[in-house]
Design a protein around this ligand. Sequence first.
Ligand SMILES: Cc1cc2nc3c(=O)[nH]c(=O)nc-3n(C[C@H](O)[C@H](O)[C@H](O)COP(=O)(O)OP(=O)(O)OC[C@H]3O[C@@H](n4cnc5c(N)ncnc54)[C@H](O)[C@@H]3O)c2cc1C
Length: 561
Amino acid sequence: MTADSVTQPQAKPAILTVDDDPGVSRAVARDLRRRYGKDHRIVRAESGADALDALKEMKLRGDDVAVLLADHRMPEMDGIQFLEKAMDVYPTARRVLLTAYADTDAAITAINVVDLDYYLLKPWDPPEEKFYPVIDVQLEEWANADHREVSQAKMVGHRWSARSSEVRDFLARNQVPYVSYLSDEVEGERLLAAAGVDDTKLPVVITADGEVLIEPTDSELAAKVGLSTAPAEDFYDIVVIGAGPAGLGAAVYGASEGLRTVLVERTATGGQAGQSSRIENYLGFPDGVSGAQLTERARRQALKFGAEMITTRDVVAVEVNGSARTVRFADGGTVDAHTVILATGVSYRQLDAPGLDELAGRGVFYGSALSEAPGCAGQDVYIVGGANSAGQAAVYFSRYARTVNMLVRGPSLELSMSYYLIQQLAGIGNINIRTNTEIVCGHGDEHLEGLTLRNNVSGEEEKVLTGLLFCFIGAAPRTEWLDGAAVRDKRGFVVAGPDLVVNGKRPAGWTLDRDPYHLETSIPGVFVAGDVRADSVKRVASAVGEGAMAVTLVHRYLEKR
Ligand SMILES: Cc1cc2nc3c(=O)[nH]c(=O)nc-3n(C[C@H](O)[C@H](O)[C@H](O)COP(=O)(O)OP(=O)(O)OC[C@H]3O[C@@H](n4cnc5c(N)ncnc54)[C@H](O)[C@@H]3O)c2cc1C
């Protein structure tokens, strides 16, 4: 098989011709190229099997195929058999059979078998009269239909698989363009067949370059979709841990002030803010801004100033090595720096009602999981929580779902949610707010099917049917890995600055002849910013502000060491 240019994804649409006679094959390709080569790729094969391989390769890359032109009499796989198989890969490509006069009957039969668009009698000279008018019509018909292949990454997963949902979320939050298919929908089946994978090993991700990743880990995905996963240098001025607003703020200010800065993130840039459907109270955005937009801009801004960013690296320790601070990753790798800024934020607490644990990612989601929104269409969705994050999610999901039901433990939203959001919720017809309500348990085997709710004043219980529950309760810092290294409060938030000096005594192990600076932790040269700091204000603006302030303190630390 020869393929003229099977190199560029999202290239020109292809016309594929297959003929076992090399002379005829070359002649067809030559005539096609002469007339259509400028706007189309001409792909030539000399057997049905080779042509199918070429089609599968193009399918995985998301290339368009406009016309399939197959010779009828070929050994092993004849033209009709080839077109029948090709239909499974490119059902909307126009199908033309090249046939001798003696085979006209077979060609007519093929009209039914493979829904043939045209049969062309050999010889086709002169092409201007007998060939091009036929192909012109096929190309025009193809162009008028809506059949474009998707040249971005494609994911095939199960509807109710926790890992499929995680991968969708990972791609979305890292701003990787992708299209998601279910394994039991037609296009999903086609992609799995083209990749030669069955549906027992899902999710499958097909990168924009056509590479097939079966059940990929986050770090495999990151590496294949072009995200950095390893630091380029051995030593930096600052390692920032966590790429939420605080970490992004620190990266922008650090890099813009000439400090060699690397930002290390476990999952995806943006942190909690990246999951927010609409932030209405961040300074400078009177019409609101989606968290993804805001944090994507911050990411580009940090990169512009020269900060380095690495994802899918989980930090598990910060160690003191003389004047250097060593940051250790879960996989054993390390990176060293003069200073560290901890900006690891908080994560949502798991609901501990029976039956919900097993269904996490299979109908029960923690945080917004905005990528699940299309799956809410026509559904009755439940949201637990009474803070702004829950309110925003309700507004967002109300655009997709039949009803959105907010379960609030307290008697009203007034104590926990901003006024503007309460007003907004009141104006949306398909949002119901159920105060004094708690979840007793979840129901469902493979995926969530229902919930038992209890009114905590009357004690009355009720079972409701739902397949989707989003939880926004009790955010907690996940800082166990700092045990014994940095002082934390009872709930795990990192204590900093003046709060470390108790009754005039500096924290244990503090070696410097000065008190800790404002955002400095009990490890000199290690600072903390944002939600993870004890007594912090849980807001985007304050996190960004603390990130910037931490950089100022890094300067002071570096000057006065
Ligand atoms: C849905 C939602 C809506 C919200 N809406 C608003 C709003 O409208 N206005 C507002 O002001 N605030 C809002 N908030 C709150 C706001 O988003 C947070 O206060 C803010 O994101 C805190 O920023 P942060 O950088 O401190 O932490 P986070 O945003 O939590 O980011 C921390 C990052 O650190 C990473 N990380 C954690 N541990 C590690 C580790 N060990 N190694 C590597 N990386 C790690 C995490 O993956 C995460 O990306 C909302 C929050 C949510 C969830």
